[in-house]
Design a protein. Structure first.
Length: 306
């Protein structure tokens, strides 16, 4: 890693780009702007950039690849989309336990829906009572409904931007040959797109014996966790180099994406609850404003292709 960097090459500047300028990646327009930024920057760095889609039932999953998957010996994957804010203050994401994550996601949706229903009814009732005009009550209710959902979408999160900045930093300062960086849509909290992507490129990844690392929610957390189905010495060494923890995933709660990539490694910042479960907090709230830059740089140094 170079001792001196240009200001625009520093990881802090990259975090600023991905968090504040391209931090919301939910709408089609948001994604197109962020994809255009990635395409321009990686092309400037000398990587071939390609875009493609996969079909999952009625849903189309987009993704961007910087590098060549067919010849890559290292593949870094990060979620591209971002989540809505939630008013469910106890929301948690469990990176290694899909069932628990679905439960908390359902609770968040329920809380948010109950709040908007109560707000709409209360607004309608107050305006109708004061004006005695039904249309005025309905109009006020619609306005409150629109404002409420807009507040849930206008959120800048550090957690989903940290992996993108990390990969950008490694692409700038690491070797370019036989390395690929993948930006995968709709998988920030759902591993089905990741499973589909790994299945699509399974033969290429196996042929090259590629090391595949999925990076997510790396902004903060008491621990930096390296998780895999069967941890090996290489994974353990990487975790130690980052000051992280290497763990073996529970067979009964193994995320579905490991069906097509048993050697896959998850890297995420996380805390542990009283039951010993790893979880990520604050990722759907305005509290997601902390960034462990020193740990991110240390992680880059360990993961960066030499």
């Amino acid at each position: 890693m170079p001792d001196k960097e240009k200001a625009e090459d520093r990881i802090e500047e990259l975090l600023l780009q991905y968090t504040y300028y391209y931090g919301m990646r939910r709408s089609r327009k948001d994604r197109e702007r962020a994809y255009a930024f990635i395409s321009d920057k990686y092309t400037e760095m000398g990587y071939p950039v390609t875009f493609d889609r996969m079909s999952l039932g009625m849903t189309r999953i987009g993704y961007c690849v910087a590098g060549n998957i067919k010849s890559a010996e290292q593949v870094f994957i990060a979620p591209f989309n971002t989540q809505n804010k939630t008013h469910f203050g106890r929301y948690r994401f469990f990176p290694f336990r899909e069932k628990d994550s679905r439960i908390y996601s359902g609770l968040a949706n329920a809380v948010d829906s109950i709040i908007w229903v109560l707000l709409v009814l209360l607004t309608y009732g107050i305006v109708y009572f004061l004006s005695d005009l039904r249309w005025a009550g309905l109009l006020a209710a619609v306005i409150v409904y629109a404002i409420y959902w807009m507040t849930l979408k206008g959120i800048f999160n550090f957690s989903p931007s940290a992996p993108l900045a990390l990969m950008h930093y490694m692409a700038l300062h690491g070797r370019k040959k036989k390395v690929a960086y993948v930006f995968l849509d709709r998988c920030v909290d759902d591993y089905l797109p990741l499973k589909a992507f790994l299945a699509k490129y399974k033969e290429d990844l196996e042929y090259n014996n590629a090391q595949v690392i999925f990076l997510n929610n790396m902004a903060h957390g008491e621990q930096l966790v390296f998780a895999s189905k069967e941890p090996d010495k290489k994974t353990d060494a990487l975790a130690q180099a980052c000051g992280g923890t290497c763990i073996k995933l529970e067979e009964g709660n193994l995320p579905r994406c490991f069906d097509d990539a048993p050697d896959l490694v998850f890297v995420t910042g996380a805390d542990q609850d009283q039951k010993g479960r790893y979880y990520v907090k604050d990722i759907r709230s305005k509290k997601d404003r902390t960034m462990d830059v020193a740990r991110l740089k240390k992680t880059a140094a360990a993961l960066m292709p030499a």
